[in-house]
Design a binder for this molecule. Sequence first.
Ligand code: MV4
Length: 504
Amino acid sequence: MSERIFRKILVANRGEIAVRVIRACREMGIVSVAVFSEADRAARHVRLADEAWPIGPPRAADSYLRIDRVIDAARASGADAVHPGYGFLAENAGFARACEEAGLVFIGPRSQTIALVGEKTSARRLAVAAGLPVVPGTLEPLVDDAAIRREAERIGFPLMLKAAAGGGGKGLRLVASAAELVSAAGRARSEARSAFGDDRVYVEKALVRPRHVEIQVMADHHGNVVHLFERECSIQRRHQKVVEETPSPLLTPDLRARMGMLAVALVRKSGYVNAGTLEFLMDESREPYFLEMNTRLQVEHPVTELVTGVDLVKLQIGIAQGEPLPFAQADLVQRGHAIECRVYAEDPDAGFLPCPGRILALRVPGGPGIRDDSGVEEGDEVPSYYDPLVSKLVAWGEDRASAIARMRRAVREYKVLGIKTTLPFFERVLRHPDFLAGRIDTSFVERLGREKQAEEERPWAVAAAAAAIGALARRRAARTTPGAGPAPSAWRREGRREAMGGRG
Ligand code: MV4
């Protein structure tokens, strides 16, 4: 692979990730080209880019997902390369191939690799061949109910039915017993058919309350492969991550090294290049199982950037230009701790209902250890057509406790008027005893919701308990610190903040 220098990159995305890529281009002296739908004429990514090309009506299917229109814009603008961001066409092998055929460098893996790894059973076969542990299950897609029944009997219950073409929870079904199998299989297959145009499914033994840990990898065109450690992603809601962090409170140095080596082994086996992420599930005994591989830059990449000091987007561009990785595995260390909160335009008090609209006022936190990757500014409209992610708030600290303290401080500094956001939800997460202790699994958000509901249904009991604790604390303070009046306890400070309604 010979090296070439990109003069111009088209960013085939919108929102905060388009802004992120445009920033990397600017730092590298590369001209950036934005594309935009009619709903995004005045969007921040359009304002920040050097050039912008329209690609169609507001609906993503008519604009950001239109391979032909994005390729036309890339050609017309004279771009050398295309960065797909995440979502939209980022893991579409057909789009990567269209770029290759148009003489544009797709900043990501080769189209054949995307196809190979994107089909979940072929990724599982690849993982087995590379020596990775996978959840017991089938290694080939199942095409009819008889095959599903046969495999289910072999594997046992509870089991998961998954779409072979899938990912992101679509076509996913937990099946507790044989009695539910046939109807669950029917639903999984029709869901898979409408989401992916492919109704093949496969079967895996279900892990109970698993943890989700992923490993970031990077590979160049010269056979160099590294991993950039893990991200803990167990805090999810309906297959949507909401809080991510690194290092994972769960991993030991040995386990981290082992998972890193497994990830590198799969990358080598598949001839993978550029950035990728291997998802692992871990059971209660902390045994990791390879789940699937994402062939793109992930939303949560900033936490890895903050603890490794590596700019993953610049690295992606460098690799696509044919440059060798500028460091070896032994040069990489994790320094400190980073946490990301995804700020969505959603109402956490209304079941996370999307809340598009105009941002009337915005105060973005800053200061030591805080990074805000945002797709919007004050006065901007959050359109209803796309993912409602408005920003990613990321905090770095020397250790987990300092990162959490900084994040709490930053969440309270953050003010968004005009739309509801998930910021108040993070205040609850960041003070929850299970989160503080690192006791997080994939049922954490659900548990938090149940606890909040229980609290609201017992206002009298809670108030009585708080009053009793307050009285006790005041008596103690009066006894143990002679002369000092009743100290305002942490309980009372929290209580007062809640009484004032939290944020505006
Ligand atoms: C599983 C599982 C339990 N057992 N597979 C959900 C999304 C997809 N990437 C994989 N998912 C799961 N696969 C087996 N064999 C549980 C989940 C799962 C989950 C995984 C990670 C984070 C949150 C989750 C929420 C529900 C189910």
